[in-house]
Ligand binder design. Structure first.
Ligand SMILES: Nc1ncnc2c1ncn2[C@@H]1O[C@H](COP(=O)(O)OP(=O)(O)OP(=O)(O)O)[C@@H](O)[C@H]1O
Length: 319
């Protein structure tokens, strides 16, 4: 099927050197003010103490992503993944450091960068009364795509992502959250971006749909030369999809490399002959609490126990 060369269209007047790095993040930090309940603020005032009221959501991150690489940012809730993705997509300005996308600075060359990237996140905005087809045609029009070609391509992508034909023309508001997530993913694929930023794209999707999305991500890189940065909690996904991962904890990169390398390194640290799992690697670098077999039994699974301890940690940090 003839697909309009949208990438070429979008890149008119933008020079891209495919041999240069796709993303260069250099010493980037983002600091937020902690918002406190009124009672907490009054109490602090009365105590007259100068308490730390800042969160370094991203703390001195340096990372390079090569053209056509798929890189995973792995971190627990609140570790700074979305903040980093928002900086890359020009939605937030870094307080320290610089980021460039194919040589264009996210602050100084904001509008150029916006034409090179596409971000998918759970907060995707859609017209909920309209159907997936109508929403995606609207997006296609923004990118000057030919209507008939766009219609064909949209149907193809939505079908590939497992959306049933009768749902393609039905209102989005009647679809499950997972299905709406797939429409958000379809929108990013429709415009074949040079750099795709996927912020937890498969959270909430069933296993079959996860695989559909992962296959599509691979295809985008293999066929359309895209570079992909993906945040995820899902270690299997990271292993299946990413050439390289960076583990982030409290805004800092605590480990990075190929999954195989990290598994070998952690196994060696634990004195094990065979490779450990990616879950163990993740725990090794991020856990504040060692999860025991009793915890797994008590909470039903390793992931559930991890979530419970992370929630406790977050609560402690916010108090
Ligand atoms: N606009 C904001 N104002 C104040 N604090 C913020 C803001 N955005 C994020 N934070 C804080 O920054 C830290 C990092 O948040 P971020 O959303 O980047 O984490 P995350 O790793 O994406 O988490 P999750 O997996 O839950 O989406 C958290 O402590 C969060 O509460």
């Amino acid at each position: 099927m003839a697909i309009p060369d949208l990438t070429a269209m979008l890149l008119k007047n933008i020079t891209i050197d495919p041999t240069s790095d796709a993303v260069v993040i250099d010493g980037v930090s983002k600091i937020f003010k902690k918002s406190r309940p009124l009672w907490g603020r009054l109490r602090k005032k009365s105590q007259g103490k100068d308490q730390k009221n800042e969160i370094r959501a991203v703390d001195d991150i340096t990372l390079t992503v090569k053209h056509r690489e798929i890189v995973g940012i792995l971190g627990a809730n609140g570790s700074g993944k979305s903040t980093l993705i928002r900086i890359l997509s020009t939605l937030l300005i870094p307080d320290e450091g610089t980021v460039s996308i194919f040589g264009y600075d996210v602050v100084k060359d904001e509008s150029t960068v916006q034409r090179l990237i596409n971000r998918v996140s759970v907060e995707a905005s859609f017209f909920k009364k309209l159907s997936p087809m109508e929403n995606l045609l609207y997006a296609a029009r923004l990118y000057n795509m030919n209507g008939n070609e766009a219609r064909k391509r949209i149907r193809e992508i939505l079908t590939r992502l497992g959306i049933k034909p009768d749902r393609i023309d039905a209102p989005l508001e009647n679809m499950s959250r997972g299905m709406q997530q797939k429409v958000a993913i379809a929108r990013a694929f429709l415009t074949s971006p040079i750099l795709l930023l996927l912020d937890e794209p498969t959270t909430g999707l069933d296993p079959r749909s996860k695989i559909d999305v992962q296959n599509f991500v691979n295809e985008l890189r293999d066929v359309h030369d895209a570079t992909i940065l993906i945040t995820t909690h899902d270690m299997d996904e990271a292993e299946a999809l990413c050439d390289r991962v960076a583990i982030i904890d409290k805004g800092r990169i605590v480990a990075s490399g190929r999954t195989e390398e990290l598994k070998r390194a952690v196994a060696a640290l634990h004195g094990k002959a065979e490779l450990v799992s990616m879950n163990e690697v993740f725990m090794h670098y991020t856990a504040t609490h060692l999860i025991t077999e009793e915890d797994v039994e008590r909470y039903g699974s390793w992931e559930k126990a991890f979530e419970v301890y992370e929630a406790q940690r977050e609560e402690e940090e916010n108090n």
